[in-house]
Write a protein of this length. Structure first.
Length: 282
């Protein structure tokens, strides 16, 4: 039996003109990936740039998401080609490379992450993505190039000068605008409504549409429709640490409020009893 690679749900929806939903994970537990997948997200975003997730944790996250046919996109740490291709060999559906600074940087990424004839990604085939050598080698190369996506993050002003040339590169599927680091790079950290952020966000989407690539970014339920109107089709909304922090904070605040009410009532009762005792003695 000639096995095939698992098709990418993200690429299927993007190529059909649909909008992809993504959920970010900072926690290491594969249960987070499973919960997000069970909830209906198209993709979960695992992070090796800012978190301590190890390769074993990442493998479990990918396996958990695949039970619900949900893709995993791994933001890789900047480093050697092994940092880029190992998530793909664990059968992540895509990788995202942070802080791509220009055309040459993007060309190097294509060379390391795409097989012939697009690039020269080191070839193995004995891992989960190729069903442990059960996918024919020629089909493995062809399917990996077609069914795995490479996203690059535009989160600095420098690559904007070569953005059209970057977007035109074969082998790059998505430009992902990162407003957080971009805000810092322009000297306006956290000022999400800064005009330069809005301008860059629009430009990334326009360049992607013009070059037949997909535009991705982070967003919220409040600005989701605006992002879609700009041309974004891959939108990451929500994160495990945000949801858990808000949930815990809401509960803890309710208990704090109850404690304050009880304390006030106890003080009032004590003052009342003290007054009654004082009047009785007089």
């Amino acid at each position: 039996m000639n096995r095939q690679m698992r098709p990418s749900r993200v690429l299927h929806k993007l190529r059909a003109g649909e909008v992809v939903s993504c959920f970010k994970m900072n926690l290491e537990s594969s249960r987070v990936a499973e919960i997000a997948a069970l909830s209906g997200f198209d993709c979960v975003w695992a992070d090796r740039e800012h978190t301590a997730v190890n390769w074993s944790d990442l493998e479990k996250q990918i396996l958990a998401a695949k039970t619900q046919d949900t893709d995993v996109m791994v933001r890789v740490s900047r480093g050697s080609y092994s940092d880029y291709i190992r998530p793909l060999e664990l059968d992540a559906s895509g990788i995202m490379v942070p802080h791509v600074m220009g055309l040459q940087d993007a060309q190097n990424i294509v060379r390391m992450t795409r097989f012939h004839p697009i690039g020269l990604r080191p070839l193995d085939g004995g891992n989960s993505d190729a069903a442990f050598c059960l996918v024919d080698i020629s089909e493995y190369l062809e399917q990996a190039n077609a069914q795995r996506f490479v996203a690059i993050q535009i989160e600095d002003p420098e690559p904007l000068e070569e953005l059209d040339a970057i977007a035109a590169l074969p082998g790059i599927d998505m430009l992902f605008f990162g407003p957080g680091d971009f805000s810092q790079a322009i000297g306006a950290p956290g000022q999400w409504n800064h005009p330069l952020i809005g301008e860059a966000r629009r430009r990334v989407a326009e360049v992607c549409v013009a070059n037949g690539k997909f535009a991705g970014t982070v967003g919220s339920l409040d600005n989701k429709d605006e992002l879609i109107s700009l041309g974004y089709r891959f939108i990451s909304i929500g994160a495990d640490v945000v949801g858990l922090s808000q949930y815990c904070g809401k509960i803890a605040a309710a208990f704090s409020s109850d404690s304050a009410d009880l304390s006030n009532r106890s003080t009032t009762l004590y003052d009342s009893e003290k007054t009654q005792n004082s009047e009785g003695k007089s």
